[in-house]
Ligand binder design. Structure first.
Ligand SMILES: Cc1cc2nc3c(=O)[nH]c(=O)nc-3n(C[C@H](O)[C@H](O)[C@H](O)COP(=O)(O)OP(=O)(O)OC[C@H]3O[C@@H](n4cnc5c(N)ncnc54)[C@H](O)[C@@H]3O)c2cc1C
Length: 430
């Protein structure tokens, strides 16, 4: 008789791992234990934009209201020019909101993890912090009541746990992927890096805060500078600058990036103020004020996992960034992790389905969707690349033309470019 999956070990308490624990508890008879290497949730990540396809899944997890009460829900996207005029403006999710009932939320990463963690604790799912996974192995052993097979994990502190399956929700540099599921598949630097800062609106004039009502982007020759409130009544603003940064001379190493990242952070204000030196208009003044209001800046070199690769081996499966980290410029990383979780849980809910079948269907159903969004993120990243003054003018012209065509033909109302936001993973045929 086929063995039933009764226990899962989840490695990583990021959005994927915590959501997986909640969904498996809601939908299956599998009990979960979550292990996270950090001793507590990190402030890294600034604020994250979540789109309708992901928000709808958060609602099904029962945490949407908490998310909404911690984030900023404005849905407008405005592209500003340094010459003092607006290039164009649109409602990013107007059509998708009508179809799904969910819009767009910008929320601090720390709040995402905190809300999900609280829900996991409330559901009485064990979660252990300060646990660095250092070994995974499959085992098969004979016992008094017959043979038993499973996966065994060992942590740095010497503790061990066993389960029927292992979910590697341990992010882009996944230990589970690197050491077991697909060691050949390595993340690659995208060429773009981000500098992000959270600015309290108390550090800004009321005029500046009034100008920030949604995703406010500004193209510069160096890259894109964007700001977006990330608390419900604009008490805090997230500012992020995506720019082209070559690999450090010392190569693609953690030490090299640490040195380079420090230089970028130290030069953040100076560089932006110099970029804004000849900028005109109220919006440029607002940007200068935001730059001056910055006290702490984080630097993130953006890596992505080339498409393809294995997502499972034996009793272990990769979920979220561990399987398919993409550049963040489609704003879909969290939503993709949630879609993975929902599909995997639905497949595991049928106790008659073998683990092999679950993992095979999981990959087969998810891959086309992941490939599409990965490509979209890569295309959006192009807009952020360094350009000459003419290149910058052409980018603005392209955006403006797109906005005008969209407005003239009512394309935004027909959902052009928003189809991916209404995708519902729960409707995927199994
Ligand atoms: C600059 C930037 C901006 C972004 N903006 C957006 C956005 O606007 N919208 C959006 O949807 N997405 C965005 N993303 C992407 C989003 O952050 C990720 O897709 C999302 O966090 C993936 O969740 P995850 O749980 O799979 O991985 P992670 O969030 O990376 O979580 C993995 C967890 O596993 C833990 N872990 C790692 N190794 C081990 C180990 N050996 N043992 C135990 N635990 C381990 C880590 O500590 C971490 O807590 C952005 C990413 C970046 C870098």
């Amino acid at each position: 008789m086929m063995e039933k999956t009764r226990k899962a070990i989840i490695i990583g308490a990021g959005p994927a791992g915590l959501a997986a624990a909640l969904r498996l508890q809601q939908q299956t008879n599998i009990t979960c234990t979550v292990y996270e290497l950090r001793s507590q949730p990190t402030t890294l990540g600034g604020a994250i934009g979540i789109q309708p396809n992901g928000l709808r899944l958060l609602s099904r997890l029962g945490v949407y209201d908490e998310f909404e009460s911690h984030g900023y829900s404005g849905t407008s996207l405005t592209l500003h020019s340094l010459q003092g005029h607006d290039v164009g403006s649109t409602d990013m999710v107007g059509w998708a909101r009508e179809k799904t009932g969910f819009g767009y939320l910008r929320i601090k990463r720390m709040d995402i993890v905190e809300i999900l963690k609280k829900a996991v604790e409330k559901a009485k799912i064990p979660i252990h912090f300060g646990k660095r996974l250092i070994k995974t192995e499959n085992f098969e052993e004979a016992g008094d009541s017959g043979s038993r097979a499973g996966v065994r994990v060992t942590f740095e502190d010497g503790s061990v746990d066993e389960a029927d399956i292992l979910l590697g929700c341990d992010g882009i540099h996944s230990f589970v992927r690197r050491t077991y599921v697909d060691p050949e598949h390595e993340p690659v630097y995208s060429g773009l890096s981000g500098l992000g800062a959270l600015i309290p609106s108390s550090a800004l004039s009321p005029e500046t805060t009034k100008l920030i009502n949604g995703f406010e982007g500004t193209l510069t020759e160096e890259g894109m500078l964007a700001v977006n409130p990330c608390l419900p009544t604009k008490e805090e603003i997230f500012m992020f600058f995506s720019k082209w940064v070559p690999l450090p001379d010392s190569g693609d190493s953690r030490d090299g990036w640490e040195v380079h990242g420090k230089e970028e952070v130290d030069g953040f204000k100076e560089q932006l103020l110099s970029t804004l030196e000849h900028a005109q208009g109220d919006w440029s003044n607002a940007l200068r004020e935001l730059v001056h209001g910055t006290s702490s800046v984080n630097f993130y070199p953006v890596y992505r996992l080339p498409l393809g690769g294995r997502w499972s081996r034996g009793r272990s499966v990769l979920v979220g960034d561990a399987a398919h980290a993409m550049s963040p410029h489609a704003g879909q990383g969290v939503s993709m992790a949630l879609e993975d979780v929902f599909l995997l849980s639905r497949l595991l809910a049928d106790p008659e389905r073998s683990i092999e079948e679950v993992f095979e269907k999981y990959a087969r159903i998810r891959r086309p969707r992941v490939d599409e969004i990965f490509q979209m993120a890569a295309d959006n990243a192009e807009m952020r690349k360094k350009s000459t003054p003419t290149g910058l003018w052409l980018k603005e012209l392209k955006f403006n033309t797109m906005m005008n065509i969209s407005w003239a033909f009512g394309l935004d109302k027909k959902g052009i470019k928003q189809g991916h936001l209404v995708y519902d993973i729960d409707e995927a045929e199994l």
